[in-house]
Design a protein around this ligand. Structure first.
Ligand code: SF4
Length: 392
């Protein structure tokens, strides 16, 4: 059964993959065949032999949060002795560091901080646009937008409109985790239903903000839950495209990190549920996502949670982008990830050693001029590029 489904996915215009068929591929398809068809699909959707990356950084402006997601080790509740909120000047220093390495985008996210009104955010954006005009600001997750709306008694659309008018470029896809309420309401009851995340994203897309879709796996959910998550995103993307909007630029998934988290300790071994996801499972997820998303152009490999070697392998199974330099990361890493920064040369080398050409991009996936950083540092020759797949 899985062979017929997979075979039908070959070629330039395969039928749309149903949720049921995607779950069958996820569970049963031969690992190498699945990845091979996903690579072929990637080559149809993103012709050429290049893999993109971005020079950016994360800024986690506050760790105060009232949402208490069970898997999160980053947040501190209001009044806790370890809370922080960075000043505009402290944030600006981080932007300057990014400018020094030709960075083009900051991803700024924090917690749901009940002390910060909308004006704190709009004035921050105005300040950063003035001080650092070349840096695109992709800021906040849907739950932060909901938090600001609640503090200020405004609608989420009104909050997004004010932030966009101040100069915000995009709304990153953080906080999607698992858009299936069975799982979502169990791990993050205060985040509310999947519908909330989807609604705020839809509003952001209606305003022309750049958006991306994320997915965290490994909470003990089934493969069908994971594909249903993808289905919610694919549906929303259909709606965006129908309205002539750009919609999601990309999809990126990673396994939940629970090494130092009480949720992980409490659930380890319980009901024989394995939390997180290993490399094989992750690579299956990437491959299925490439086949499932016929309406989202780019699939990212995730190096911060999987390591650069597994991210490199994802390039042979559906991913066409290796993410970004990040420079710092405090949310996922608080639960156990150690590597939170990649040098440009590391991303270039990972791409080059896999046989692809590494190209810089911006937040909208526009290609940028790419200096050959790696050749200045490394002494070994690049492998020959792979031939693009054909449908023969
Ligand atoms: S994941 Fe985000 S919303 Fe949830 S507790 Fe952590 S900071 Fe708060």
């Amino acid at each position: 059964m899985w062979m017929e489904i997979l075979e039908a996915q070959r070629g330039p215009s395969p039928p749309r993959l149903s949720v049921e068929d995607a779950a069958i591929l996820y569970e049963k398809a031969d690992f190498n065949m699945l990845r091979s068809v996903a690579l072929e699909r990637r080559r149809f959707m993103n012709p050429g032999n290049h893999v993109t990356y971005m020079i950016d950084r994360n800024v986690n402006y506050t760790n105060v949060c009232t949402i208490n997601c069970q898997f999160c080790s980053f947040y501190r509740p209001p009044g806790h002795s370890e809370t922080y909120t960075q000043t505009y000047e402290q944030i600006s220093v981080r932007f300057t560091e990014l400018e020094e390495v030709d960075g083009v985008r900051v991803l700024m996210q924090g917690g749901v901080n009940p002390e910060l009104p909308l004006e704190w955010y709009t004035e921050l954006i105005l300040f950063l646009r003035k001080e650092h005009p070349s840096i695109a600001l992709d800021c906040f997750s849907p739950i932060e937008i909901e938090g600001i709306a609640e503090v200020c008694n405004l609608s989420t659309l009104e909050v997004l409109t004010a932030l966009k008018e101040a100069g915000m470029h995009g709304l990153p896809g953080g906080g999607a985790e698992m858009l299936v309420d069975d799982v979502r309401l169990d791990i993050s009851p205060k985040k509310g239903s999947a519908e909330n995340w989807l609604r705020v994203m839809h509003e952001a897309q209606s305003l022309g903000l750049t958006t991306s879709a994320t997915n965290v796996i490994g909470f003990g959910e089934t493969e069908l839950h994971r594909v249903k998550h993808m289905d919610r995103i694919r549906d929303l993307q259909d709606q965006a495209i129908t309205k002539g909007w750009t919609g999601f630029t990309s999809f990126v998934a990673w396994p939940v990190q629970l090494e130092t988290n009480v949720f992980g300790k409490r659930n380890r071994g319980r009901n024989r549920i394995e939390l997180g996801a290993g490399p094989t499972e992750y690579l299956r997820h990437v491959a299925v996502s490439r086949l499932f998303f016929d309406n989202i152009d780019h699939i990212q490999g995730s190096w911060p949670t999987m390591g650069l070697d597994i991210a490199q392998m994802a390039l042979f199974g559906g991913a066409d982008d290796i993410g970004s330099t990040m420079m710092e990361e405090n949310v996922v890493s608080a639960s156990g990830t150690e590597k939170t920064c990649a040098l440009e040369v590391e991303l270039q080398e990972a791409v080059r050693r896999a046989g692809f050409v590494a190209l810089r991009r911006d937040s909208d996936y526009n290609l940028l001029e790419t200096p050959d950083v790696a050749s200045d540092v490394q002494g070994f020759p690049a492998p020959p590029p792979l031939q693009p797949a054909t449908n023969a």
